[in-house]
Structure formats: C-alpha cells, structure tokens
Design a protein around this ligand. Sequence first.
Ligand code: AMP
Length: 282
Amino acid sequence: MKALTVVRTVADLRRAIAEHRSTGRTIGMVPTMGALHEGHISLVKGALERGDVPVASIFVNPTQFAPNEDFAAYPRDEDSDFTQLGAAGCRIAYAPGVEEMYPGPQLTTVTVASLTDHLCGPFRPGHFQGVATVVCKLLMMAVPDRGYFGEKDYQQLQVLKRMARDLNMPVQIVGMPTIREPDGLAMSSRNRYLAPAVRKTALALYQQLNAIADAVRDGRTACPPVAERAAQALLKSGFDKVDYLAVVDAESLAPLDKVSGAARVAGAAWLGRTRLIDNIAV
Ligand code: AMP
C-alpha cells in the first residue's frame, strides 16, 4: 500500500498534486468534513476505479452551518480519518485549518439559484451558499479532473453539478450511490449522535421514503397527500419533527404533483437534536 501524504496548506497540496500529475496521472478529489465512514471511503474507491489519484479533503466548514446548528459539536477524528484513507488507497489528505481556507474577510460567494429553493434550502438558510463556495474553493485549490460526491446529499450533488457547469469549471462532478448500514439506514457522520435506543427509530425515514416511492411510482397517484401521510407515520414511529418529505423532479428538484420521468423522494427529519436526511430514486 502506498503511503498517504497529509498536507495542510494550499501550496503543499498543489506541490503534492503536481508530483502525481508529472507522471501522467489524473486527479480525483473527494471533499469531506471528516468523521469518515464507508460512505466517504466509497468515493475514494470510485476515484481509484476510474484511474484517478484520490485526494481527500477534511474540513469542517463553518460557513455552511447556521449559528444554531451543530458546528462546534460536529464529530472530529483526524487520526481515524487518516488511517481509513490510507487503507483505502487515498494518496493525499488535505486537512487545512480555518485560517488557510479563509485567510481574512471573504468578499466572494457562490450562489446557485432555484435548485436551493426547495427541500433543505428553506430549512438551512445560507447552507448551500456555504457549501458551493467552499467546494468551489477546494476545486480551485486542487483543480482535479473529477470531484466525487455522494447521492446521500442529493440536493448538494445537483447544486455542485450545476455550479461546475455554469462556471465552466474544468472538473467533472461524479455522483456516487448512497452507502447504507445492513438494515438500510444511510451512513452519516451524524449517526454517531444517535443513542442506541433511537438508532432503530432512525430507520423509519428510509422506510417511509420507500413507502412513498412505491405509492407514487404509477404516475397516477398525487404525491403531496402520500408524503403527508408518510410524515405522520414518521412522527408516530418516534421522530420528533419532520422538516419535509417530498417527491421532486430528479434534475430541477421542483416538487412534483405526479411522477413523470426521473423523480426522487427526499426527506429530512429530527430525532431529538439530530437531523437526518435521506433520499431515493422513484
Ligand atoms: P460530509 O463529510 O458529510 O460532508 O460528506 C462528504 C461526502 O461524502 C459528500 O459528497 C457526501 O454526499 C458523501 N457521503 C456522505 N455519506 C454518504 C453515504 N452514506 N454514501 C455515499 N456518500 C456519502
């Protein structure tokens, strides 16, 4: 197994990448916020499968958390992250501090309109601007051939694809399937917050997404009432609050009354102070 190089500055990142490029290799970037699990590692493997030298970044980005969100409490475990990345065949880990990412006031942001109007957008004001801006910065720092992102965060994936297209970035955004626990719960760094007693309840989100998809797949059934009933069922099964359950167009993310063409069922709901999101194809 070839060693993982850890770098913490843009200059060192560019030097390390240039070395690989000088041997004719292509670069695949995997941006993360750390607390890595098999979902993240699948992105590294995706890069390897396409022949890219995998470069992962680990940065808990303050600008994508609202003041009332879990930035300070977000799980951090660098040693475990580096061990997992090395074992998976990742070659460079970029783990900058906040000062390296945001040295002084930043006057420039990236906003992707329309795709952020629904789903998580209204519930997390400023979140997607924070995500698009930091991913834009990471992609400009590394200038990889491809960037790998999980369908777990489907709205984020669509936003980033659109950003890369609209801004003519020389980077292909690759979406990768959601990795799940054996029972179906989507892997997430935030699952660590779940006490064993509520861990079973968490699965209900995925179950309700499947129930909605099954009910509306025929294209004749109106989606909103089905989603409303699923939200009630989610609360009954022990969730504390449902931000949304919705059937949306897979590309525009506009809410659908009835399914026609590619659609996605997405949901966000709270178990205590933990917000879980998930989505599936219809
Ligand atoms: P995060 O560390 O949560 O910002 O996630 C970093 C990247 O990993 C994003 O592209 C996520 O969509 C992706 N990711 C997170 N969880 C999963 C999962 N269960 N399966 C696949 N990709 C994931």
